[in-house]
Write a protein that binds this ligand. Structure first.
Ligand code: CP
Length: 301
């Protein structure tokens, strides 16, 4: 039986670890999954808003037969000044077998993992990582493409503030994909090329999209801009995914977005709802991938 473990990020996982999660997700991709975690208790501790991640972890946990409790920062004793470690210890003392946590500070899940005995799953921490999103994105790519090796993946938009980009880059670089990051200097510093050896930077969307197999569009994270003023008209003119720009990619390119998307800003509705979009499928796959994460981290698979 594998040991319980936390999932704090993808950077330090091996390609074999990632493959194990993806294989497990394929097993979970069935209308009637086995209730492998029957009777366990999962706490969903969310210090930041979330729709996709919170609901899919909750549905995944319930499909596996667990009891779940959602704790949000604005309706718990966190508002009275309780620290994250004390909150975590309280949930552990109440019988939680695992905590799924989203937090605005990078490293907050690591702090919990150091101080608690139960597995901690990172549901997105600051500008650091969003490992379950990285895994579900890879899972979705592999539903449409034979292999990640050699895949040309263009990620366009607010790279600087994106934990989704970090997790995707760490994962894709383990499998030999070619990643091109694209955006304006204020949202994509030159230093982003240091994220992984095969990462390239482009300031021109036309160049980034040429012959791409996968296009991943990203929202401008207004909540993390910290006073930075962005000219929205200029941004739309240079970095919005339009039908004309999409034609530069391969004919069978898929369009992805981790959500939430802002239609009319980074992406036109015609594309978000078009035949090459797999955005809804990403959301659906999130449930299977999160079932895999919960069972693996709780030592059941
Ligand atoms: N992709 C993602 O993390 O979406 P939510 O913020 O809705 O969870």
């Amino acid at each position: 039986m594998p040991k319980p473990c936390s999932l704090l990020g993808l950077e330090h996982l091996s390609a074999d670890d990632v493959t194990r999660f993806l294989k497990l997700a394929r097993k979970m991709h069935t209308p009637h999954p086995k209730p492998l975690l029957r009777g366990k208790r999962i706490a969903l501790l969310f210090y930041e808003p979330s729709t996709r991640t919170r609901v899919s972890f909750e549905f995944a946990a319930k499909l596996l037969g667990t009891h779940t409790s959602v704790i949000s920062a604005d309706s718990s004793s966190i508002t009275k000044g309780e620290s994250i470690v004390d909150t975590g210890k309280t949930l552990q003392a109440l019988g939680a077998d695992c905590i799924v946590v989203r937090h605005p500070s990078s490293g907050a899940p690591n702090v919990l993992a150091r101080n608690l005995r139960i597995p901690i799953i990172n549901a997105g921490d600051g500008m650091h990582e969003h490992p379950s999103q990285g895994l579900l994105d890879a899972y979705t790519m592999l539903r449409h493409k034979k292999s990640l090796k050699g895949l040309r993946v263009a990620m366009v938009g607010d790279i600087q503030h994106s934990r989704v980009v970090r997790s995707n880059v760490h994962l894709l670089s383990k499998f030999g994909a070619q990643v091109i990051l694209c955006g304006p200097p204020e949202l994509l510093p030159d230093t982003a090329a240091a994220l992984a050896p095969d990462v390239k930077i482009s300031r021109h969307m036309e160049e980034a999209l040429r012959k791409a197999d996968v296009i991943m569009m990203l929202r401008v994270q207004k909540e993390r801009l910290a006073g930075l003023k962005l000219d929205a008209h200029k941004y739309v003119a240079q970095y919005q995914l339009t039908p004309e720009r999409l034609k530069l990619a391969k004919n069978d390119a898929i369009v992805m977005h981790p959500g939430p998307m802002v239609r009319g800003m980074e992406i036109q509705s015609e594309i978000a709802d078009g035949p090459q979009s797999v955005i809804e499928e990403q959301v659906q796959n999130g449930v299977y991938v999160r079932m895999a994460i919960l069972t693996a981290c709780m030592g059941v698979a």
